[in-house]
Design a protein around this ligand. Structure first.
Ligand SMILES: Cc1ncc(COP(=O)(O)O)c(C=O)c1O
Length: 357
């Protein structure tokens, strides 16, 4: 049996968690501050604000940057649903756009500004950075905010700079399948805007501006101290873990047919949170993987606009975003994680090739 993923947790993380529980405040303890400082330093940004999930990070980032109701945020239709729901939670409207079928990412050259558009949310899907130079130009030319959904891109880079450090804010998730986790749900907002970070700290903490004064309509969306203590240890391993993911990816790239791969963005260093391939005979492939005891996932079975919640609320019927709709029929994600053995990755290749080659 080769599982689709394994949660990373070791003795050092266990000790850090115990020590935080025994000696710190459960909520907003010292470890939260230390995790924020270490994460900001890792990304090369001024501020990091720890929150309870990636969805909370995206929502709070948008609110803290001053996105207003009726304004729109451009979001790819091909992403996890939270990229778009976070915009709705923030009171604004997602303006969905199609992605490139070759890269699964927003293609900056195809973007157009629109009435009431206030921000762009590129998603560094699967761990590959979007074309950030072109996106920065597009946002500058059209006076738009840039909020990166880096929830799958811890450790990814574009032209040597970390994904999540380019925009007005970069948002991360620590859900267990991500490149690093916190032993539960968690998220982080990275920014160089100190004023925005202060607002985000208030939003996550019931809108507090001081102990008894609440200046904003906020949320209870802090990261627990025990999770921050685990995250602090995990962050030390992140680069090593990304290298291991890259090693597994290179085995897949060497052995599987080229036409199954997404294209690499020039200048981007992929962190391989997900190794997704395109398989024309997907159903047959899934049956083979099941028979061989190989775990897999489908990221995603439906593009965002065809999820029932969006079809009902926004009136999508299908046919609006052909590349995203086509990808939903083709993609399969193969096992990729630091502890996956090379021989197991080779077994995965044999099984996939028995259908694709
Ligand atoms: C691209 C993307 N955006 C947003 C999220 C939301 O993160 P969370 O599950 O921590 O709320 C995820 C996580 O699965 C994601 O993959």
């Amino acid at each position: 049996m080769i599982p689709f993923f394994r949660q990373e947790f070791n003795e050092e993380m266990k000790q850090a968690a115990l020590s935080a529980l025994e000696s710190e405040k459960f909520v907003l303890g010292e470890s939260v501050l230390r995790f924020e400082e270490a994460f900001a330093e890792y990304l090369g940004v001024k501020e990091a604000v720890a929150v309870s999930s990636g969805t909370a990070a995206l929502k709070i980032a948008l609110l803290s940057l001053g996105i207003k109701p009726k304004q729109k945020v451009l979001v790819p239709a091909w992403s996890f649903i939270a990229s778009a729901t976070s915009v709705i939670h923030a009171g604004s409207k997602p303006l969905l756009v199609d992605v490139s079928e070759e890269t699964a990412l927003i293609e900056p050259a195809s973007l157009k500004s629109a009435d009431r558009l206030a921000a762009v949310m590129p998603v560094h899907l699967y761990g590959q950075s979007c074309k950030m130079n072109e996106l920065l130009d597009f946002c500058k030319d059209n006076k738009l905010l840039l909020v990166e959904d880096a929830c799958q891109a811890h450790g990814a880079e574009f032209n040597g700079k970390k994904a999540g450090s380019f925009g007005d804010a970069g948002c991360f998730s620590f859900y267990p399948t991500k490149n690093m986790n916190v032993g539960g749900d968690g998220g982080m907002i990275a920014t160089n805007n100190e004023e925005m970070a202060e607002k985000a700290r208030s939003y996550r903490d019931c809108g507090r501006v001081s102990t008894d004064s609440h200046g904003l309509i906020g949320f209870t969306e802090r990261l627990n101290t025990v999770n921050a203590a685990i995250g602090l240890v995990q962050l030390k391993y992140l680069d090593k873990w990304v290298e291991k993911r890259q090693k597994i990816a290179s085995i897949y790239q060497k052995n599987l047919p080229q036409n199954a791969f997404f294209s690499q963005i020039k200048g981007s260093t992929h962190s391989y949170n997900v190794f997704a391939i395109k398989a024309t005979e997907r159903e047959k492939l899934l049956r083979v993987l099941e028979a061989e005891g190989i775990g897999y996932a489908v990221h995603y079975a439906k593009p965002i606009h065809l999820q029932p919640a969006f079809m009902d609320a926004l009136g999508f019927k299908g046919g609006e975003f052909p590349a995203s709709e086509n990808l939903a029929k083709l993609v399969v994600s193969l096992p990729i994680y630091p502890s996956l053995k090379i021989e197991d990755a080779e077994k995965v290749c044999e099984a996939v090739n028995s259908v694709l080659k």
